[in-house]
Each structure stands twice: as structure tokens, then as C-alpha cells.
Ligand binder design. Structure first.
Ligand code: SF4
Length: 501
């Protein structure tokens, strides 16, 4: 069976990373259902949120099992592995790494426990006080010989939370959660379980989405409503910011561990979430179309055709065409399968760059003044290659329109853009970005226009990557970062990890 190695991307240009989401989570409590298969299909629907590794934990009430590996959901699991994961409750995870590298040791669900029970935990988001949590784990149980995943080379914030949840055999998992959750800062949507109970928890700001759904014979929690649709669950409600939900044979219990202070990630509406997902009552596709309409009003231009950068620019391009009256067309064909390979491209292939994934329709493009709509510009290399390719295919003018404002600040709440130095819009104006990508004109949607298209109150959104105003205060720079704990893993643990077959 093919195994992933972390090289999989859905980016258009090899080596040019777009915004990367930080994981999808799924949980189910449903006696009589094949919960591992439901989780598999739930994760399948959430695959866009993380493609580096995938895992599922199940329990039959007595014994908790975990199966995880590097790669896509469809590569990690087959009929046999799913059949071995028996039980009536499950949690699942697909990962893109934020704190802690993309390794087998860091795959989720993470496992912890003691004589009184086991805990398996899956996390979407990124904590910003991991250094503080690591100190707490060290104080309570020590780091070097830690009995959990922390002691076995797991360098993620998630492993620290798992360790804290499982460090006292004398308290229940629910009590441990009510002690640990208020200590966490940053973005977290957790689904976790012990042998009997499924839990879901969301940070007080509700930065990442998390929803509750109903099956005929049980309950489902998932990062996005689209995953509920795919497993046939009906949407009940969002997990509230600051809420801990427990689901088991006694029914559904809701506890509040912190007052809510909603600051949902605006970038979920722009790009991250599936278009068929609904966040806080708003269908994401409709927001994206509206962003395109707003762009057309804010940055009109005379042109012959509006086209998207496939696929993420499509809804906004439709909106731009609707509002401007300029015909919508498909000027590029995307090879959807090229990214789904684990074969490193040869030098000859690498030089093809963007052409590996996109092929221009010359007959459609030739002689036209084009408006090209995309969702964001991170480093600018993709747009530069795209503009050049369209000109080579005969476009007489290329006007680029972007359905988010310039990304100028990094995200510490679970989205991996790039460093500040790598972000093209840091320190230079729109005119210079336009010249750098070689477009005739460039227009970004305004912050107000983007927010209005989400139908959310501005004070209930995080917009930090555009504004630099972070809703959860950040610690000093040296206490943040993906590799925060990687240099500190004891040498013998690294050696053991390398030696593992
Ligand atoms: S910084 Fe940007 S990507 Fe990160 S949570 Fe805030 S809006 Fe979303």
C-alpha cells in the first residue's frame, strides 16, 4: 500500500506552499453503527484540512484501539484495518502540522492513560502557550521518562494536552478536562474519548469551527458541517466557544469551562473551509461569491473574460462576473491528480512548475483582456507564474483580483502561511506587488468588504493575518513556532524513532 511522506500538496506550484490548514477532527458515538467506517468517511470529507497523516481511535466500552499512519485517509486505511477498529465510539484526525513536524510520532489521535482508563485525543488548531504547558507536564510527571507520547518523541502541543488529561488516576477524564481546558491559550477544537465517553471541546474564541450532528442511532461531532452531510447526520448546532460536551450512555452533557468570546477565523470563509460548509449560519460558498461581487464593485476594469485560478478562486470569479457583467470563462484546466503522487518530480518535470498542474486553454485566452480571480496571495510566486503563462497563451491584458486583503502577518492559531519575511505584501504596497507578479492591474478586496461578505459582526472575527491584531495575546517570539520542542527531544528517543521499522 502506498504511504504518504508529507510531500503531498494541493498547491499549484511545486515548493510554493499556499495557506495550509491545521487538521480536521471527527468523533462519533453510535451503538450499532460501524463507527470506524463512519469516521473514515467523515475524515474523507475533511481531507482538505490536512493531508500529512490520518488516524482513528475506537472503543467498544472496554478497550480502546488506535490506528494511524502518514498519508491520506484513503492511503492509511483499508477494509482490513477498519474492520479491526471495533466499537461504538470513535475519534478521527487528518493532520497538517503546526506545532511539531510531520512525523509518524506526531500523528493523531494521541494516546495517553493510566490504570483507570485510556484517552485518545484529536486536535484542530494550534496552542500558543505550549511552552507553559510543557513546564506543567514536566512539573507533574517529568519529561524524560514520561509514560505517554511526550516521552516517546511526540513534539506536539496535542501530546502535552493528552499528558495533562491523563496524569492523575484519581480524577475522571471529565474533571481533568475541566481543569486543563481553561489553562490552554490559542485555537483548539478537540474531540477525545476514553473507553466509554466521547468528548468535544472548543476554545473560548471559537477560532476554528466545530459542529454537532445527529444520527438515527447516535451523535457526531466534526470540524465542518460538510462532514455531517457526508455521513448522513443532521446538523444540530455548533459546539459553543468555551464548551465541553460529553456524550455516552447517559446522553449528552454540556459543561462550560470558560466564558465565550467569539473570534472565528475569517480565512475559513475566504479559503479554508469547504464551500458546502456552513459556519455560524453562513454558507461558505455564498460568502465567496459575495466577495467576488464586492471585488467587482471595489476594483472594476474593462475586460473580455473573468476566470478563476482553479479551484479555490471559482466562487469569487463567479461573483465578479455576475456583478461586472463580464462573461465568465474557464481559461485553465487543472490536473486534479498530479498533486496526489509521492514520486518526487525529476528536474525536467520540476522546471515545468505551474504547468504540472495547470494547462491554459489557448483558444479561450488568445487575444483577450482577462480578469483572473484568486483567493489570496502569499509569496506571489504562483500568481507570477500564472500571469506569465496566460500572456504566453496569448492574453493581451491580465488583471488580477484577490478576494482577501493583503496577508501581512503570520497565523499562530493553526494556519501555516509563511514567515513575515516570505509574505510578499510585508513592507510593500499594492503597486509593487502588482509589478512583482507582472499583472497589468491588481486589486485586493477591502477588509470591510471581506467581513461584510461573511455576514458576521466584525468584532466576532479574527482578522489578524491581515491586520496584525491578534485576539489572543501572543507570548514572546522564542516561545512560539513549529519546531519549539524538536531540538529538545533526547538523543536516545530520536535514535529509537529512526530505528523503528
Ligand atoms: S490569523 Fe488569519 S488565518 Fe489565523 S485565525 Fe486569524 S484570520 Fe484565521
Amino acid at each position: 500500500m502506498p504511504r504518504g511522506d508529507g510531500r503531498l500538496t494541493h498547491d499549484l506550484l511545486p515548493g510554493e506552499k499556499g495557506p495550509q490548514d491545521a487538521c480536521g477532527v471527527f468523533g462519533v458515538w453510535a451503538p450499532g453503527e460501524e463507527v470506524a467506517k463512519l469516521t473514515y468517511y467523515g475524515l474523507y470529507a475533511l481531507q482538505h484540512r490536512g493531508q500529512e497523516s490520518a488516524g482513528i481511535a475506537t472503543s467498544d466500552g472496554q478497550r480502546l484501539l488506535v490506528y494511524k499512519d502518514m498519508g491520506l485517509v484513503s492511503q492509511v486505511f483499508d477494509e482490513r484495518s477498519l474492520a479491526s477498529l471495533r466499537g461504538h465510539l470513535a475519534v478521527g484526525h487528518c493532520r497538517y502540522s503546526t506545532t511539531g513536524g510531520s512525523t509518524w510520532e506526531n500523528a493523531q489521535p494521541t494516546l495517553g492513560g493510566h490504570d483507570g482508563g485510556t484517552v485518545a485525543l484529536a486536535h484542530n488548531g494550534n496552542l500558543i502557550n505550549s511552552a507553559e504547558l510543557r513546564d506543567l507536564v514536566e512539573e507533574r510527571a517529568g519529561l524524560a521518562g514520561h509514560p505517554g507520547e511526550v516521552g516517546r518523541g511526540n513534539t506536539t502541543d496535542t501530546a502535552l494536552v493528552t499528558a495533562l488529561l491523563a496524569d492523575d488516576p484519581d480524577r475522571t477524564l471529565e474533571d481533568a478536562a475541566l481543569d486543563v481546558l481553561p489553562r490552554l491559550r490559542g485555537a483548539f477544537c478537540f474531540v477525545f474519548m476514553n473507553e466509554q465517553t466521547l468528548y468535544a471541546a472548543r476554545d473560548p474564541q471559537g477560532i476554528r469551527p466545530l459542529v454537532l450532528g445527529r444520527l438515527d442511532r447516535g451523535w457526531v461531532v466534526a470540524s465542518e458541517t460538510a462532514a455531517l452531510d457526508i455521513v448522513g447526520a443532521s446538523f444540530i448546532r455548533e459546539i459553543e466557544p468555551g464548551e465541553l460536551l460529553a456524550i455516552d450512555a447517559d446522553g449528552l452533557r454540556s459543561r462550560r469551562f470558560a466564558p465565550k468570546d467569539p473570534k472565528g477565523c475569517v480565512f475559513e470563509y475566504v479559503y479554508l473551509a469547504r464551500p458546502d460548509t456552513t459556519i455560524n449560519g453562513q454558507v461558505v460558498h455564498e460568502s465567496r461569491v459575495e466577495m467576488g461581487r464586492t471585488l467587482a464593485r471595489e476594483h472594476p476594469i474593462e475586460a473580455d473574460m473573468v476566470m478563476p485560478t482553479p479551484e479555490s478562486g471559482t466562487p469569487a470569479a463567479i461573483g465578479y462576473a455576475q456583478e461586472s457583467g463580464i462573461p465568465y470563462g474557464q481559461g485553465l484546466v487543472k490536473n486534479a491528480y498530479v498533486g496526489r503522487t509521492f514520486i518526487a518530480p525529476s528536474q525536467t518535470i520540476r522546471q515545468l512548475g505551474i504547468r504540472l498542474k495547470l494547462n491554459p486553454l489557448r483558444e479561450v485566452i488568445k487575444g483577450k483582456r482577462l480578469v483572473v480571480v484568486d483567493d489570496s496571495i502569499v509569496r506571489g510566486n504562483t500568481q507570477r507564474a500564472l500571469v506569465r503563462m496566460l500572456r504566453e497563451a496569448g492574453a493581451v491584458e491580465v488583471h488580477v483580483r484577490i478576494s482577501s486583503p493583503p496577508v501581512r502577518w503570520p497565523c499562530f492559531y493553526g494556519i501555516d502561511f509563511a514567515t513575515r519575511a516570505e509574505l510578499i505584501a510585508t513592507g510593500i504596497g499594492v503597486e509593487e506587488v502588482c509589478r512583482s507578479i507582472g499583472a497589468d492591474t491588481l486589486g485586493y478586496i477591502s477588509e470591510e468588504g471581506m467581513i461584510a461578505a461573511t455576514n458576521q459582526a466584525p468584532e466576532r472575527l479574527c482578522t489578524a493575518c491581515f491586520t496584525g491584531s491578534y485576539p489572543v495575546p501572543l507570548p514572546e517570539e522564542d516561545k512560539l513556532g513549529k519546531s519549539l520542542f524538536e531540538l529538545e527531544v533526547p538523543v536516545d528517543v530520536v535514535a529509537e524513532a529512526v530505528a523503528r521499522p
